[in-house]
Design a binder for this molecule. Structure first.
Ligand SMILES: NC(=O)c1ccc[n+]([C@@H]2O[C@H](COP(=O)([O-])OP(=O)(O)OC[C@H]3O[C@@H](n4cnc5c(N)ncnc54)[C@H](OP(=O)(O)O)[C@@H]3O)[C@@H](O)[C@H]2O)c1
Length: 268
């Protein structure tokens, strides 16, 4: 199947590590020109090195999306550099685990500011050029835990509420911009672990005399969310789903919450 990503222009927010980094690298490998952002220059540079080593084209943008003007600036720099915009992967996120009774107003504000308001501003800025040419694909990265806001010891009600809000916005945007031929979906990850994270878990397992899979099943069981596949997902596995959703191969899937969690969550 041809993804048709060659020559496309994409923005990936939070592209410095994790799922975002894997998505930048995969889209670039497929021939897209990819602008991506984070606040950490060292991570941006590491991704640039990896992409260019494979002959890909990318634009690292060091920016703090909590700042009001940042989303417009990111889109402006992308269009200045590449002359177009076809794809947005709104992936950046901030995750804090803290008990409900200990959460301060500042915790709630920061969590909503990054996970919801910054995502809203990025979508608003990226949609303008897509509407003008009546073509585009958007993926907003939400979280599997929106359907299970209290999983065992893993308390983060402010995070799940903000991530539920972006999934809700994705549904709205799909309806609003469907007539403009713009497809908008949310992805809901769980257990998207980088290679380093998986290696770290393997070491923990060894120290406890367990196989990596036994260790993972124990941990996942403890927080009450065990994937059907009994293993975590690699960031590359998440990137592949995202790449399909933003590709020309996806012409009729829009307004959907796509759970990427190895079969961990039951549909609500
Ligand atoms: N991994 C999972 O299993 C999982 C599960 C549920 C949901 N998710 C969601 O999936 C997305 C990716 O997850 P991940 O695990 O790959 O996350 P991650 O490793 O924490 O990476 C998040 C990225 O967002 C960037 N970012 C955060 N705040 C930012 C800001 N204010 N301005 C610009 N960039 C910012 C970070 O860079 P800097 O910190 O350097 O700015 C980083 O590049 C996130 O939205 C996360 O909430 C992931």
């Amino acid at each position: 199947m041809e993804l048709g990503l060659n020559g496309k222009v994409a923005i990936v927010t939070g592209g410095g590590r994790g799922i975002g980094r894997a998505t930048v690298e995969l889209l670039a490998r497929e021939g897209a020109r990819v602008a991506y952002c984070s606040r950490s220059l060292d991570q941006l540079r590491a991704v640039e090195k990896a992409v260019t080593a494979e002959g890909g084209t990318c634009l690292p943008v060091q920016i703090d999306l909590q700042e009001r003007a940042a989303a417009d600036e990111l889109v402006r720099q992308t269009i200045d550099q590449f002359g177009d915009l076809d794809i947005l992967v709104c992936n950046h996120g901030y995750h804090q685990i803290k008990d409900w009774e200990e959460l301060t107003d500042e915790d709630w504000e920061r969590t909503f500011d990054i996970n919801f308001f910054a995502a809203m501003r990025v979508c608003r800025a990226a949609l303008r050029p897509m509407v003008a040419k009546r073509n585009g694909h958007v993926v907003i990265v939400s979280a599997g835990s929106i359907y299970k806001p209290s999983i065992g010891i893993d308390e983060h009600p402010h995070y799940t509420a903000a991530k539920a809000a972006v999934a809700n916005m994705a549904k709205f945007l799909s309806k609003r911009y469907g007539p403009d031929n713009i497809l908008v979906n949310a992805v809901l990850p769980a257990y998207g672990i980088s290679r380093e994270g998986i290696d770290r878990w393997a070491k923990d397992a060894e120290a406890q005399g367990l196989t990596p899979q036994e260790h993972f099943v124990q941990m996942a069981d403890n927080i009450g969310l065990l994937p059907a596949l009994h293993r975590p997902g690699t960031t590359e596995e998440f990137a592949r789903v995202i790449a399909f959703l933003v590709s020309d191969a996806n012409t009729y899937l829009t307004g959907v919450d796509v759970q990427i969690d190895g079969g961990g969550l039951d549909t609500p």
